[in-house]
Design a protein around this ligand. Structure first.
Ligand SMILES: Nc1ncnc2c1ncn2[C@@H]1O[C@H](COP(=O)(O)OP(=O)(O)OP(=O)(O)O)[C@@H](O)[C@H]1O
Ligand SMILES: [Mg+2]
Length: 341
């Protein structure tokens, strides 16, 4: 091993709308919400990144601004994205190394990304210190991470319900055969919950509280086999303006999410209709694979499999499939045909 390769460090990154994960040396070394807190008077000055920045979110005053650099899977704020990538890479080495390593990086990108957006990802990574940047389409990374043999001449359908988007993709022979994405995913579920509490309880809550509700009592069906306990929720009464607490049931949340989940079901049915018949036959035999944080919604697998009438498998650790797949791509970056320079 020469001097140069010694200092070439490899990382795989899932730069998500909601969460950013990094694999280094086969381990997940960074797993943080995709958010930064910046000095409002100097947007180049970073005050906090990830979990620390999230704690400040919606509680900021005039000199702090929290920013989520990605929207709907792509970079929406270039400056913030660059800062976030740089700061998250720094988290790998808490102590500054004497000689800064030269990074080889595989980073995943939405398959619908435009050339301009791709450029933005590459530029951000390079500005953050990456010397070699490779890219992989997210659904391909998800499939690898789930453990699917993507090179087989067999069709597999992957449904990735992330923060900003739900991607519905058919993969066969190491390529993406069809791919659709809708802007209904975790963030939309969170909005649905805020809206339902406002409408039915006159209760105003913030995004973070709504997200907690989704995680604790979120459901896709009103008759779960293993129902979660009701949850106490604090917010502000819209009528009186003073704080109040209510109890929320999972049935209520299932009702609130029904419309959005219905839209996801419709999109899956439409995707199946446009899948070439031989591949559709494979998918009917094997079933669908669900991944992304949205796959954790209680009863979603059961609801989808009843509606679409085929088996639905949830990835082992849905929040990590994409980064694990990106990590596998990193190991094979010279061999896999779907890795882009
Ligand atoms: N237990 C849970 N139940 C329901 N939703 C959850 C759960 N845990 C996390 N989520 C949601 O999953 C979403 C994040 O998923 P994920 O990390 O896969 O998204 P992402 O990759 O950052 O986004 P994208 O792929 O759209 O860029 C968030 O909206 C989060 O609220
Ligand atoms: Mg994702």
């Amino acid at each position: 091993m020469g001097m140069f390769s010694f200092f070439t460090q490899e990382i795989a990154m899932d730069l998500g709308t909601a969460n950013t994960l990094i694999i280094h040396g086969d381990e997940i070394v960074v797993n943080e919400p995709s958010i930064v807190a910046l000095n409002r008077n100097n947007l180049k000055e970073v005050l906090a990144v990830g979990k620390k920045a999230l704690l400040m979110h919606e509680k900021t005053h005039e000199s702090i601004r929290t920013v989520r650099p990605l929207k709907d899977g792509v970079i929406a704020d270039f400056n913030a994205a660059e800062i976030m990538i740089r700061e998250m890479i720094k988290m790998i080495y808490p102590k500054k190394p004497l000689i800064p390593p030269s990074w080889r990086m595989v980073i995943c990108i939405p398959s619908s990304i435009t050339e301009v957006e791709k450029r933005a990802v590459r530029d951000s990574a390079e500005q953050a210190g990456a010397k070699e940047v490779y890219m992989i389409h997210e659904p391909m990374a998800a499939a690898l991470g789930i453990g699917i043999d993507v090179e087989e001449p067999v069709g597999n359908m992957i449904i990735d319900i992330g923060g900003g988007t739900t991607g519905i993709t058919v993969i066969a022979l190491a390529g993406i055969v069809c791919d659709q994405s809708i802007r209904i995913a975790g963030d939309e579920f969170t909005m649905d919950i805020m809206e339902a509490l406002r409408r039915y309880h006159s209760l105003l809550i913030g995004e973070r509280t709504a997200e907690q509700i989704k995680i604790h009592v979120g459901a896709a069906m009103k008759d779960l086999d293993a129902p979660p306990e009701d949850m106490a929720v604090n917010g502000r009464d819209l009528v009186t303006g003073i704080p109040k607490q209510i109890m929320v049931t999972y049935q209520e949340i299932a009702e609130a999410l029904d419309k959005s989940i219905f839209k996801i079901e419709e999109a899956i049915l439409k995707a199946l209709e446009t899948t070439p018949p031989e591949l559709a036959a494979d998918i009917y035999r094997r079933g669908l694979y669900l991944t992304g944080g949205g796959a954790l919604l209680r009863g979603l697998d059961k609801r989808l499999s009843a509606k679409i009438k085929l088996p639905v498998h949830i990835a082992e650790d849905p929040l990590k499939s994409v980064v694990r797949g990106t990590g596998l791509a990193l190991k094979n970056y010279q061999h896999y045909p779907f890795i882009m320079k």
